[in-house]
Design a protein around this ligand. Structure first.
Ligand code: F6P
Length: 372
């Protein structure tokens, strides 16, 4: 039976990670196994920076935001070391063996699932938990952090509503979500946004200004426009798709450097993009506009009740799987059930909002404009 287990959190932090560490750790101890934490994601495995997650450390962290383990976006096979980018997979395998680990739990988003699968192929016993405010991990209805981020974004939209109404303004609110529109769609619907722009539905600015002008004619002299950070116009959507295809194929160091540059530009492009969108709407509609970028606020603070329950369920299910000696799987939620899916199937794929998703249909039926 498994005895020594390792755990790490990787990728962007979010509320609910500590609840997942606690759930996993307490259940693991209950089953007679012990747990060590690796600091700062896969980098902690390379540098062998660990600490024992005893009961004292696992107490009092259920409600705590962030991750007590620390996190990073480092990838095992492409890790910046000094001024080089190196494949550190073998070093990670050595650390795993040095600690006599029987399994390694990796909690993270899409990138983490991919990296964890790489370590599985390198011979480690891996189990993963889905975590991301973007909600874009396939085969699971939801992931740790999404519900909390949704709540934070909705509260912000509610507050922006009253000031938009008082000043008869357009308020453009940018929410996170990377290349998926789940957070913007959910927050926009729950916050009663008049326009929701998501990456899955490229927009035409004229359609948005027409929708806002129609509201003005109907006596509604304000509008809330919720924009996913990855949303883009039809023309930009074509340009970005080309860039992303190049990224998929890149392997060499020179290519990697060019890609990081492109990624930075991509990020910058979107910050400017939402600002530009707000001023374009001001010009086209004649209504004053303001921009609010929610940014990392959406990843901070205490997890919602739903995320605490989800993280506890996923963590304890993970301990059960380890006890059964089942590896190479991600714990997922489908309907009311906790299931496990093969990492091979999760790795490298993304759950985007389908064009015919019921949320989109409902939002359109209450008059929300998607700019299409
Ligand atoms: O994946 C989570 C996420 O918050 C995305 O929504 C966002 O695009 C990205 O991380 C921001 O990353 P960072 O914190 O590294 O700037």
């Amino acid at each position: 039976m498994a005895k020594h287990i390792g755990i790490l959190t990787s990728g962007g932090d979010c509320p609910g990670l500590n609840a997942a560490i606690r759930g996993t750790g307490k259940a693991i101890a209950e089953m007679g196994m012990d747990l060590i934490g690796f600091r700062d994601g896969f980098r902690g495995l390379v540098q062998d920076r660990t600490f024992t997650l005893d009961q004292n450390l696992l107490s009092g962290i259920l409600t705590l935001g962030g991750t007590i383990l620390g996190t990073s976006r480092d990838k095992p096979h492409k890790m910046p070391i000094g001024n080089k980018v190196m494949d550190m997979t073998d070093v990670i395998v050595e650390t795993y063996k040095r600690h006599n680990l029987d399994a390694l739990v990796c909690i993270g988003g899409g990138g983490t699932q991919k990296n964890a699968y790489r370590l599985l192929k390198a011979g480690l016993n891996i189990i993963t938990l889905p975590k991301t405010i973007d909600n874009d991990i396939p085969f699971t209805d939801t992931s740790i952090g999404f519900d909390t981020a949704l709540g934070i974004a909705v509260e912000a939209i509610d507050r922006l509503h009253s000031t938009a109404t008082s000043h008869h303004r357009i308020i453009v609110v940018e929410v996170m979500g990377h290349r998926a529109g789940w957070l913007a769609l959910g927050a926009g619907m729950a916050g009663g946004a008049d326009v929701i722009l998501i990456p899955e539905i490229p927009y035409n600015i004229e359609n948005i200004s027409e929708a806002i002008s129609e509201r003005t004619h109907a006596g509604k002299r304000f509008s809330i426009v919720v924009v996913a950070e990855g949303a883009m116009s039809t023309e930009d959507s074509k340009k970005i798709s080309k860039l992303l295809k190049e990224k998929e194929k890149a392997e060499k160091k020179s290519e990697l450097m060019r890609i990081s540059e492109n990624l930075n530009q991509f990020h910058q492009f979107h910050v400017n993009h939402t600002l530009t969108l707000a001023s374009q709407l001001e010009k086209l509609t004649g209504l004053e506009s303001r921009l609010t970028i929610l940014g990392h606020l959406q990843r901070g603070g205490t997890p919602s009740a739903a995320d605490r329950i989800l993280a506890t369920n996923l963590g304890t299910a993970c301990a059960k799987l380890i006890k059964e000696g089942r590896y190479g799987e991600m714990i997922a939620v489908q309907g009311n059930r906790l299931i496990s899916v093969k990492l091979k199937d999760v790795s490298g794929s993304k759950k985007l909002v389908p064009q015919n998703h019921p949320w989109i249909e409902s939002a359109k039926l209450v008059g929300t404009c998607f700019g299409d």
